[in-house]
Each structure stands twice: as C-alpha cells, then as structure tokens.
Design a protein around this ligand. Sequence first.
Ligand SMILES: Cc1cc2nc3c(=O)[nH]c(=O)nc-3n(C[C@H](O)[C@H](O)[C@H](O)COP(=O)(O)OP(=O)(O)OC[C@H]3O[C@@H](n4cnc5c(N)ncnc54)[C@H](O)[C@@H]3O)c2cc1C
Length: 427
Amino acid sequence: MKNAGVIIIGAGAAGLMAAYELSKAGKQVMVLEARGRAGGRMYTLDDDLHTQLGAEFVHGDLPVTLQLLKEANIESIPASGEMWHSCDGKFSKNADQFEHWDLLMEKLNQLKNDISIGDFLQQEFGDEKYTTLREWVTRFVSGYDTADPFKASAFALRREWQSEDDEQHRVKGGYGRIISYLVNTSEQNGAQFYLNTVVKHIYWTHGQVEVVTSGNESFKAKQLIIALPLGVLKASPSEQASITISPSVGMCKEAIGQIGFGSVVKVLLQFKTAFWEDQSVTGVDLGDMGFILSDEAIPTWWTQRPLPSTLLTGWLGGPPVERKKHMSNDELLEEGLQSLSNIFNINPDKLKNDLVASHVVNWTTDPFTLGSYAYDTIESAEARKVLNTPINYTIYFAGEYLYDGPAMGTVEAALKSGLETAMKLID
Ligand SMILES: Cc1cc2nc3c(=O)[nH]c(=O)nc-3n(C[C@H](O)[C@H](O)[C@H](O)COP(=O)(O)OP(=O)(O)OC[C@H]3O[C@@H](n4cnc5c(N)ncnc54)[C@H](O)[C@@H]3O)c2cc1C
C-alpha cells in the first residue's frame, strides 16, 4: 500500500500540469499512468523527425502553453504553407467556401438560444445557393473539431471561430519536450510517477481515497484528481476500459454524458522524396503547400512547412471515423495511400515503393483514450460547472474537456484545466 497527499490518475497534459503545480507547492503527489509513457495524447516519437502521433500544433497565442514554453526555454515555430483543395484530380487555391462566411458569422452573432451547428445551417442557410458553405462548414466541424455537426453547439463554435486569426505554431522538437519538462520538474519536487499502472476501482469517503489497479495494487491519499480522457470516463461498465467509483458520483456521470467526444485516425507517411513538390508530377506548383483538403477516404493531409520534410500527415475526423474505426492499421494505411494516389494522380504501388516509414494511430479504439478530444454540445456549459465542482473536497476532475474558452479540445485546454484544478487544492 502506497500513501500520498494527492493521487493523480492520468499523466496527460492535465495530470502533468496538476502534478507540476502541486509538487511545486510542496504537496506529496503520486501520478498513476496506464501507459508505459507519460503524455497521453501528446506523443512525440524519439526519431529524427520528432514525429507527433497525437497533438502537433499550438493553435494560436495560447497563454498557458506559451508561458510553459517560456519557463522550459522551448521554442515554437510558426506553421506556414498554402491551403490547397483537390477535387476530381484538379487542384485549386480558390476559396468558394468563404463566400458567405461574413454572413454566417453575422447570423451566428445574432443567435439568442444555442442549437447545434447542423440545425443552425439548415435553418439559416438551407437555400441551394449556400450548398458549398453548408458542406464546407459541416466538413470543417467534422474534420477539425472531430465533432458530429448535429450535436456540436453553435455558441461554442462561434467562440472558436471568433478567435481564429491567431497564427498556428509547432513546438520545436515536439510536444514531447513539454512532457519531459513537466515530468522532470515534478520529480525534482518529489512527485512519484507509476507507469504501466492501470486504475480499475476508486473507493472514497470524505478526505480519503483508495485507488486499486488492474494488478490489485492499492494507493491511498487524502485527495484525488481524475485526469482521465472523456472517452474512458464515458466507457460503459461492460467495456474493458471502464473504471468504477464507489460510492458512485451520479451527477457527474450525467454531466460526462453531456459533453461531446469526437473520433480521429491519424496516418503519418514518410516518403523518399517530397513528390508533391515536383511540378512535373502534379502539374501545379505545390512547393509551399501546408494543407490539402479533398473528398478522399482520408481527406485532409499536411506537410511540415516551413520546415523541409518528406512527411505527409493524413487526418480523418468526426462521424466518418465511426464507419472505419474497426479497420486494421494495414487497411487504414492502404486507404491513406489510395487517397494520396487519387489526389496526386500517382500509382499507389509507386507510393508504396517510395514509402520510408508509416504510422497509423487509431485513437478512437485506443483503450486509454477511446476518441479524439472534446467538443461542446448545447448541454456542455452546465455539465462543466458540475464537473468543475470538487466532490466533498476529495475528488476533483481535470482534463481538456473541462476547459471553458475558445481553444476547445486542445493541449492548452488540458494544461489550463490541470492548472486550475491544482489551484483549487492549493487554496
Ligand atoms: C490525433 C490527435 C491530434 C491532436 N492534435 C492536437 C493539436 O495539434 N494541438 C492541440 O492543442 N491539441 C491536439 N489534440 C488534443 C490534445 O492532444 C488533447 O486535448 C490533450 O493532450 C488532452 O490532455 P488530457 O490530459 O486531458 O488527456 P490525455 O492526454 O488523454 O491524458 C489522460 C491520461 O490518462 C491515462 N489513462 C487512461 N486510462 C487510464 C487508467 N485506467 N489508469 C491510469 N491512467 C489512465 C492515459 O493513458 C493518458 O495518459 C490532438 C489529439 C489527438 C488525439
């Protein structure tokens, strides 16, 4: 039996940030992490490219992330590059989809009661002349927010889109450097990390918790931070990933169900050459291509611009993942290659021959995530208030899904939640 002042379950961004702040404040902290590594959905490979299998971008000038980068003396690099579209083998940089964007924002700003963005589009932009706009917004919500448009809150998306002008960055060397900084500093301050420690049961009374693992190990503390992904918290009792809490926390269970959690598959393909930069292959100058969006099975791809790289990253998010989530990684790799073959009009066998390395990461079936990241439904704002209220000053929740602000579902959201939760315990 191991004892501490505070147990944190989950060493993702939220759990690590809480451990960092609490250990700095002199609290005795134990962090229990199911995987053999810290970082959760921040997962940087230790290779030459610092390949990022999970989070990759810093979506704007986000205060907690930027402060942490400064403290840790880690640089960020602006992510640049042109946005291209591919349709029926043709490339374009035109922006038809933005034609009615100002009107869309105007109507969103006039909206008095929250509804789903899907319903909003049908109500306000049902006319045929808005077809491109409707399709584009639906695809964006599904692809970027990985959300079901008929569940995603129009208010939350309005807030996200109002702050969309900030520049995107990448962490130099990858998010893994932030993980190392948080783990090392916390350890120096006395925090203890237990990896490969899968929590199964939580027993609690006022001021006392016992956490029991799949290996029947027991950990005790006065307070507990549950920094698990929403997908794991949503798992039904019959699912392998589920965790029991006794006595049960009924209101929290209901609130957990009211926050959306999306789906994603990421496909990373490194080729011998950056073939898309060869104008004789594509017929257009894609030399500064940042992103390319298409109608293919894996529709979105990006490069590492402005850094030179032969890596293409494919992305499938939102409801379409549900239809593919049980495909094997080999099948998803084939879909990725076929998608690129269709976009660039290159024989898939040639692409396969030129492949140097590949990684397919199906976060949606990963038992320690079970999805992508959170999005707001129209019930989420109230649900968050419930989950952000400590239970008897004993159980606290932390995670990206508890953040209330424009950077939904991001590392920033998780760091901020971890920070705020730690402050509640310190106060
Ligand atoms: C493919 C992908 C791409 C993304 N891209 C970006 C991006 O570019 N920019 C950005 O800002 N955000 C991005 N995100 C979102 C971002 O990664 C997350 O919002 C953030 O990292 C979540 O942190 P967290 O601490 O809330 O959860 P997690 O990182 O999920 O941490 C939870 C931890 O709990 C552990 N755990 C689970 N079950 C158990 C158990 N039973 N016992 C013990 N431990 C357990 C997990 O292993 C994990 O380490 C991306 C996410 C994904 C999946």
